[in-house]
Design a protein around this ligand. Sequence first.
Ligand SMILES: Nc1ncnc2c1ncn2[C@@H]1O[C@H](COP(=O)(O)OP(=O)(O)OP(=O)(O)O)[C@@H](O)[C@H]1O
Length: 359
Amino acid sequence: MILKALSLINYKNFETASFILDKKINCFVGNNGVGKTNVLDAIYHLSFGKSYFNPITVQNINHDADFFVIDGSYEKQDREEKVIISAKRGQKKVIKRNGKVYERFSDHIGFLPLVIISPADRDLIIEGSETRRKFMDGVIAQSDRQYLDTLIKYNKTVAQRNALLKYFNANHTFNKETLSIYNAQMNSLGQILFEKRNAFVDAFTPVFKARYESISGAKETVKLKYKSQLHDNTLDKLLEENLSKDRALNYTSVGTHRDDLSFKIEGHPIKKFGSQGQQKSYLIALKLAQFDFIKSQSNTTPLLLLDDIFDKLDENRVTQIIDLVNDDNFGQLFISDTHADRTEAIIKEIHQTYKLFKL
Ligand SMILES: Nc1ncnc2c1ncn2[C@@H]1O[C@H](COP(=O)(O)OP(=O)(O)OP(=O)(O)O)[C@@H](O)[C@H]1O
């Protein structure tokens, strides 16, 4: 799959911008704040229907405008595909594919597979479980439509159950039967999520380990573990056991919405015991494994976005990246960097076609 052309109107700091893209490597270079990351983010937006860096839609509209438009022309399996995303202040965002408006954004997820590697990935290590759950959900959902539908339904059910708990408390009332309807729904949907996440981590872990080994030269052992309360109990039982607690808290304290991934190096949490370099390698390995996984599941080579990556890497890792992109496994690449000269020098070592956009 290739993004052939991109044009932006009022997207973040751009009033208008157009790019005719190279089928292999595209570099966006320029000083801090010129909008290099914003171009990559617009490409991300076309795949996921939202920004990677700022999911609040109106904040993606240029400060001096009322709307934005992102227009992407793709070639996918020998077909031309045009995806346009537009948002106007006070109105719902619209995603169109070949002129047809999507009724549900989730129907678009996975159509244009994409992986981004960015300094913001550090959140995966330092932030709470939600960030890691979202990562896991994002990888699975790009190639499993049923998973995304189940996840949406599950989250809705939890929200409804929480609203009911709040209502009971506010009105000093309680009705076990109504609550049990939500419990049953959560139980069956949560079980599907649990099984799919389990299967995902089993399949993903060897891919991730192989990527980490090639980046680090097999110096350390890394582990990835799926943490869920459902390993030891059914959700039905957990909901029953935690009823008084949930009633006191006004929210549902157990379920797959509390799942997490544990990231370990040499048997210890990477957050506390990994050096900065090990943490970076861990994150890059995670993202490259995401790339491999999505590629194998969807039979489409995802676009790969490398945001500001050279800045954060030592010589060895830069060489590693060069080797990687020379590998036929990878498709189209988008790179942002502050140093035009450095990028060009690196890219010239890669015997592939490229375009350099100076912003
Ligand atoms: N809604 C918006 N309207 C106007 N400008 C915006 C909006 N959102 C972000 N910006 C601007 O976009 C610029 C940041 O762009 P971006 O992050 O793409 O820069 P960059 O070229 O990647 O910089 P760096 O080299 O520092 O990473 C900032 O100047 C920011 O104020």
